[in-house]
Ligand binder design. Structure first.
Ligand code: C5P
Length: 298
């Protein structure tokens, strides 16, 4: 490593589908989800720390603690590789925290991938995913990113061809919903059979994008979150009234997303969301940095 920092991007994700299939013996839930990386990213600068220390500076100081996933990722991969090197991390947050967009998970995965390369550790993708799974359920997806089928607790990741491009408006109501509380409030009646995820995966593999509607995009956690936080339900209802044809929640929320067919429609939806006091971004899905498998010729 030289004296210069390595700058890396850590993109957010949304869940196009999120089926909760059941509860596992370990207390986690079995999931089936199509996740897609989006062009809304945190930026990290990694600086060499030859004295072997690990430190983090973040533009949101409340995120600088030892539990930060970027810092934990650095310590984890160094310990795994028996490396004596340390790293000083600067983290500029753009992805809203605790929103269902996987920001912290993406920061952690980005550090694993970057240090593996920077330190020449030669760890393969399955090993990086195993390390990622130790940090959190959403982290393994971000090792490769792009569009993927995510199963199990989140550790089984099958890369998919890129979904056809589209505009997305991301809407973050000013509400915090803790993920464990949402999973706890989910009853067996809220479990789904995985059909929505299977159908979307088949479309993406064939290179055909189905109409993105409240029927083709499902999130088993959404009804729970909307009941827990009626303000999110209100924002969703008002976006539908403002002309959105589909408004879905990402992960355990409260962030909502709206697929749009034109930039003009996306801008209208962003304005509507901001008028409701929510933060809103216009963005789009992005490819896996390493490239995605091609659509199958069915
Ligand atoms: O793995 P992670 O720490 O990100 O998960 C946060 C919480 O979300 C867990 O404590 C658990 O309550 C819930 N969860 C779950 N099933 C999953 C993933 C997360 O029940 N597959």
């Amino acid at each position: 490593m030289g004296e210069h920092p390595l700058f890396i991007q850590a993109p957010a994700k949304i869940n196009l589908t999120l089926d909760v299939l059941g509860k596992r013996a370990d207390g986690y839930h079995d999931l089936a989800s199509v996740m897609v990386s989006i062009a809304l990213s945190d930026t990290l600068a990694l600086w060499p720390a030859p004295d072997g220390t690990f430190t983090l500076e973040c533009d949101q100081p409340e995120l600088q603690g030892e539990e930060n996933l970027a810092l934990r990722a650095a310590r984890l991969i160094a310990a795994h590789a028996g490396s004596l090197r340390g790293v000083r991390i600067e983290l500029r947050k753009v992805i809203p925290t605790r929103g269902g967009l996987g920001g912290g998970s993406s920061d952690g995965a980005a550090v694993l991938v970057a240090l593996n390369r920077w330190w020449g550790l030669g760890l393969d993708v399955p090993t990086l995913r195993d390390l990622a799974a130790q940090l959190g359920s959403d982290v393994p997806f971000f090792i490769t990113g792009g569009t993927a089928l995510v199963e199990g607790r989140g550790e089984r990741v099958t890369p998919l061809p890129d979904m056809s491009p589209l505009w997305l408006v991301i809407v973050k109501p000013e509400v915090a919903i803790p993920t464990p509380a949402i999973f706890r409030a989910l009853t067996t009646a809220g479990w789904t059979d995985g059909a929505a995820t299977r159908a979307l995966v088949a479309h993406i593999r064939a290179g055909t994008l189905p109409p993105l509607t409240d029927t083709t995009l499902v999130n088993a956690l959404e009804p729970v979150a909307l009941r827990a936080e009626p303000r999110v339900a209100q924002v969703r209802a008002k976006l539908l009234a403002a002309g959105a044809s589909c408004v879905r929640m990402s992960g355990s929320g409260p962030t909502l997303y709206i697929p749009c067919t034109s930039l003009a429609q996306a801008t209208t939806m962003q304005d509507a969301a901001q008028d409701l006091g929510a933060q809103a971004w216009v963005t789009h899905p992005i490819s896996a940095p390493g490239g995605a498998p091609a659509p199958s010729r069915a």
